[in-house]
Design a protein. Structure first.
Length: 353
C-alpha cells in the first residue's frame, strides 16, 4: 500500500550515460528509482538522462536510450551518476571532463558506476576517497590514481562519493543507496519486486568471472587466477599457488591444462607480460621500473621474455605504439607525460560483479 504521510523532499538525479553502455548498464539505475517512487507512493526521485551532446545514447545491440538533455555546466542535481562500460575517449572529452569537474564539485553526492569511475577520477573527483573499481582494470587504476584508496569491493560509499563495480552489483548498490535515504524496508520491497534474493553489502568482494565451461566455473582455478592477478610484482611459485588454493601442484597443473591449455607458470608469465605491455603503452614509467613492477629480476630478462612473446623489445614496442598514436611525427622521441589521460586497455565485456 502506498504511503500517505507528509510529503518528502524529492532527490534530483542526473544520470550521465557515456558510450559504450548497454541496457543492463542504465536499466538497473532507472528501474530502482522508478520502483522507489511507485512502491512508496511519493516522488522520492526525479531523474534525467544526460548524454554529452544531448543526442540519444547508443546502446549495444543497436538500440538507443533517449537523452533528456546535454550534459554541461548548467546541469544541477542532488545526485550525479556517471555510467559507462568502457573508458572510451571522444572528440570533446576534455571539455566534458572540465564540466564534470565543475558540476561534481557543487553536487552533494557524486557516483561512478563501472567505467564511470574512471571518468570521475580523470576529472579529479576521487582523490582521497575509497573507490570500488571493476576487477578488469583494478591494477591499472590503482597505479594511475595513487591518491585514491582502491578496493575490489562491489561498491563503496565514502562521504559524498560513491562508486560501484557495475554488472550485477549495480542493483545491490542502488538499493543500498535508496535504503540509506528512505529505510531498508523500501529497499527490500524493491528487491522483492525485482526478484532479487539476498542483497549484498558493499563489503562483499567482486567475483572474478572466469568461466571454465558453458554454465560452469571451477572455484580452485578462479582462486589461482585471482592470486596471480594480485601478485605480479612478486610472483608466487606454482607450489605456493597450489598450497594457497588448497590443492596439489599436480591438480593445479591439470586444471590449467584442461581449461586454459597452458601450464600455470607459462600462463602467469603471459599475464605479467601483458600487464607490462599495458604500462609501456599507457604510462611514462621507465622500462626498468616496469620490469620490476611485473616481477622480472632484471631488465635483460624482461626484454628477452618480452621479445619472445611479442616479437619486439619493450622499447621498440613503446616507440611503435607512440608512432601510431601521433601519426609518426616525432613520436619515437617522446613518451607519455606524467598525469596525461590514460585510456585503460581493451577488456572483456561486463564482469557481472
Amino acid at each position: 500500500m502506498a504511503r500517505t504521510s507528509s510529503p518528502t523532499r524529492t532527490t534530483q538525479v542526473a544520470i550521465v550515460a557515456l558510450p559504450p553502455v548497454s541496457m543492463s548498464g542504465i536499466g538497473p539505475i532507472v528501474d530502482a528509482l522508478t520502483l522507489a517512487n511507485e512502491i512508496d507512493g511519493r516522488a522520492l526521485y526525479r531523474w534525467q538522462v544526460c548524454s554529452w551532446d544531448g543526442r540519444p545514447v547508443p546502446l549495444s545491440g543497436g538500440a538507443q536510450w533517449p537523452a533528456d538533455t546535454a550534459f554541461g555546466d548548467a546541469v544541477s542535481c542532488d545526485w550525479l551518476i556517471v555510467v559507462s562500460e568502457r573508458f572510451q575517449q571522444f572528440a570533446d572529452y576534455r571539455l566534458f571532463l572540465a564540466s564534470l569537474s565543475r558540476v561534481g564539485q557543487r553536487t552533494p553526492l557524486v557516483t561512478g558506476i563501472h567505467h564511470g569511475v574512471w571518468w570521475l577520477a580523470m576529472a579529479g573527483q576521487l582523490s582521497g576517497y575509497r573507490v570500488s573499481v571493476n576487477w578488469e582494470t583494478y591494477q591499472q587504476f590503482a597505479e594511475q590514481f595513487e591518491r585514491s584508496i582502491v578496493t575490489q569491493q562491489i561498491f563503496e560509499i565514502d562521504r559524498d562519493r560513491a562508486t560501484c563495480a557495475g554488472g550485477q552489483a549495480t542493483v545491490d548498490f542502488m538499493l543500498a543507496m535508496i535504503g540509506r535515504e528512505h529505510g531498508p524496508e523500501l529497499a527490500e520491497r524493491i528487491a522483492d519486486t525485482l526478484g532479487v534474493g539476498v542483497l549484498r553489502a558493499g563489503e562483499e568482494r567482486q567475483r572474478i568471472p572466469f568461466v571454465t565451461a558453458p554454465g560452469e566455473r571451477h572455484p580452485r582455478l578462479n582462486d589461482a587466477l585471482q592470486l596471480m592477478e594480485a601478485n605480479t610484482e612478486d610472483p608466487l611459485t606454482t607450489d605456493e599457488i597450489a598450497g594457497l588454493v588448497g590443492i596439489s601442484r599436480r591438480q593445479l597443473e591439470r586444471l590449467f591444462r584442461q581449461y586454459l591449455g597452458s601450464m600455470p607458470s607459462k600462463y602467469y608469465l603471459g599475464l605479467r607480460l601483458s600487464k607490462a605491455r599495458t604500462q609501456l603503452q599507457r604510462t611514462s614509467k621507465s622500462v626498468v621500473q616496469i620490469s620490476l613492477a611485473c616481477g622480472f629480476s632484471s631488465a635483460a630478462h624482461f626484454s628477452n621474455a618480452y621479445r619472445e612473446r611479442f616479437g619486439v623489445t619493450p622499447r621498440e614496442d613503446r616507440r611503435n605504439w607512440l608512432d601510431r598514436q601521433h601519426g609518426g611525427a616525432g613520436a619515437a622521441a617522446s613518451e607519455p607525460r606524467p598525469g596525461a589521460l590514460i585510456e585503460p586497455p581493451d577488456m572483456p565485456g561486463s564482469s557481472g560483479a
